[in-house]
Write a protein that binds this ligand. Structure first.
Ligand code: B12
Length: 217
């Protein structure tokens, strides 16, 4: 077992027990050991939440335990933000959103933090945003890239609708589009089928993928 695996287990134990202070101590302890904050997000927090999902799906924990574990992780993500790199140079503008009806927000939050730490000016609109309001945000912020987060397979038609609306409204000046989230991890082929320019499986991978979508690359 790697050091990261045992930190993940300690973290999982803390969030399942509702111990926010212990969970934060595991995350900040990993920072103190020199682990890259983005690795802490993926290898510890994300992996622990996936395990929470498996325990929940198989009725081994209650909905309230899942909610508590998620709320503690949101607190930890907010605290880790402070430890991310802050590049001075701005790479480009990025708008990130969840589709309407999608309540899963933690992954999008992590992606937003990761991109910001790579130099992007990111506007993260959160989960559950109606398509018309995403169009307004694009008109306001003129992003180079639009990121769409979708967790539920049932919400993929909403992604398709949003991509169509963005391309129709902004034509040649439409932002490039990258998609991700649980639905695309389960069915990566859907990214191209729905008309996205790219997809990425997690917040580490999105850093490289987003750079390829910049006009100069
Ligand atoms: C917490 C949680 C919730 C919370 C969310 C709270 C919140 N504020 O986010 C609540 C309680 C609201 C919830 C509700 C539901 N949930 Co839920 N939930 C989860 C759980 C346990 C964790 C989600 C999470 O945060 N994961 C950790 C993050 C970090 O991982 P991630 O989302 O994959 O994000 C990473 C990558 O995907 C990627 N990424 C994410 N977004 C983007 C965007 C771009 C552009 C890119 C490039 C990359 C990218 O980068 C991220 C970081 O590395 C998952 C289990 C799981 N496997 O994820 C179930 C899970 C997602 N839920 C599930 C279900 C079924 C539901 C409900 C339908 C349950 C119900 N019957 O009510 C509802 C649906 C609500 C809705 N309309 O959206 C299923 C989904 C099955 C499916 N494939 O469709 C899962 C997998 C649980 C399971 N095993 O059955 N849920």
């Amino acid at each position: 077992m790697t050091e990261n695996t045992s930190d993940r287990d300690l973290y999982l134990e803390a969030i399942l027990a509702g111990q926010s202070r212990s969970a934060l101590d595991v995350a900040l302890g990993a920072v103190a050991k020199g682990m890259d904050v983005r690795d802490i997000y993926v290898d510890i927090l994300q992996e622990a939440l996936y395990e929470v999902g498996r325990l929940w799906e198989t009725n081994r924990i209650s909905v309230s335990t899942e909610h508590l574990a998620t709320a503690i992780t949101q607190l930890v993500v907010s605290n880790l933000y402070e430890w991310l790199p802050r590049p001075e140079k701005v790479l480009g503008r990025f708008v990130l959103t969840g589709v309407e009806g999608e309540l899963h927000q933690v992954g999008g939050h992590m992606v937003s933090d990761a991109l910001e730490s790579d130099g992007w000016d990111v506007k993260f609109l959160g989960a559950n945003v109606p398509a018309a309001d995403v169009l307004t945000a694009i008109a306001d912020f003129h992003p180079d890239v639009l990121g769409i987060s979708c967790t539920l397979l049932a919400n993929l038609p909403k992604v398709s609708f949003l991509i169509g609306a963005v391309r129709k409204t902004f034509q040649a000046s439409a932002p490039r589009i990258v998609v991700g989230g649980g639905a695309f991890r389960a069915a990566p082929e859907k990214a191209a089928e729905l008309g996205a320019d790219a997809w990425a499986p997690d917040m580490r991978a999105v850093i490289g993928v987003a750079r390829t979508l910049l006009p100069s690359s």
